[in-house]
Ligand binder design. Structure first.
Ligand SMILES: Nc1nc2c(ncn2[C@@H]2O[C@H](COP(=O)(O)OP(=O)(O)OP(=O)(O)O)[C@@H](O)[C@H]2O)c(=O)[nH]1
Ligand SMILES: [Mg+2]
Length: 230
């Protein structure tokens, strides 16, 4: 992919208390030739923001912790103001791989689709712990029912959005329910989308730091409340 095209691709990372991981995530992206990396430090009380800046990212900061949805909305608005043509959302905890970005970005850059959603169930399912797999299967069914989109994965934070889709996106669900809200808004937009296979690593760090199974109840509650209020 030519450098001029990559310059229009902004990788937006919402990060909360990711000081041990964020620098290597940013460095790997920059080393893989994705020059625009935006980290939204979501009110962390550790060195997340400083580590990200030292590693070479553009860093925005929420004064208070608002949640991943709010942090992504902040990062996406910033990227659009800076002239992004494609926005990639990427996790801060080392679960995603820069090697998957060309496959996500290319269909958006060449105008085939406006949204590419990463799926961990199109080839690399074995890496997903079985409990998480069961939970995600239920989430996927629920998402099919609420959005009408027949996706193979749910709540995968690795995705690419065209400028057009990003400009229409308005995440009001501040915390984790935004991942379902985003799919709903893709469905409502009527813009073309596609899923591609991506790797999601379940490292000891990411598993210790990530969501517990019961957090799904809170996500479901936030989603239902958000839909009722929205
Ligand atoms: N937990 C949490 N994560 C946040 C928040 N704000 C931003 N994030 C970032 O959102 C990303 C995803 O959070 P995780 O808790 O790992 O959630 P997940 O990857 O969907 O779930 P796991 O499969 O359990 O890892 C990470 O990069 C976090 O740093 C927040 O308020 N809480
Ligand atoms: Mg995670």
């Amino acid at each position: 992919m030519p450098s001029a095209a990559r310059a229009g691709v902004f990788v937006v990372i919402a990060a909360y208390r990711e000081a041990p991981a964020i620098a290597s995530v940013v460095r790997e992206l920059l080393a893989a030739d994705w020059p625009r990396v935006v980290v939204v430090d979501d009110g962390s009380d550790d060195a997340t923001g400083a580590e990200a800046a030292a590693a070479g990212a553009m860093v925005l900061r929420h004064v208070l912790n608002r949640g991943q949805g709010a942090a992504l909305q902040t990062g996406i608005a910033f990227a659009l103001r800076r002239g992004a043509r494609v926005i990639v959302t990427f996790d801060a905890d080392g679960q995603h791989r820069p090697e998957d970005l060309p496959g996500l970005v290319a269909p958006v850059l060449c105008g085939e689709v406006d949204v590419v959603l990463g799926s961990r169930f199109l080839g690399h399912e074995g890496a997903v712990p079985w409990r998480r797999r069961l939970l995600l299967r239920a989430a996927r069914q629920f998402q099919r029912w609420t959005s009408g989109l027949a996706l193979t994965d749910a709540h995968n934070g690795l995705r690419a959005l065209s400028e057009r889709m990003a400009a229409r996106l308005c995440l009001r669900m501040d915390r984790m329910a935004h991942a379902s809200e985003l799919v709903d808004q893709v469905a409502l937009s009527g813009l073309p989308w596609r899923e591609v296979s991506v790797h999601v690593a379940y490292t000891d760090y990411a598993r210790a730091k990530g969501q517990r199974g019961w957090a799904a109840v809170r996500v479901l509650r936030d989603y239902v409340v958000g839909r009722l209020l929205g």
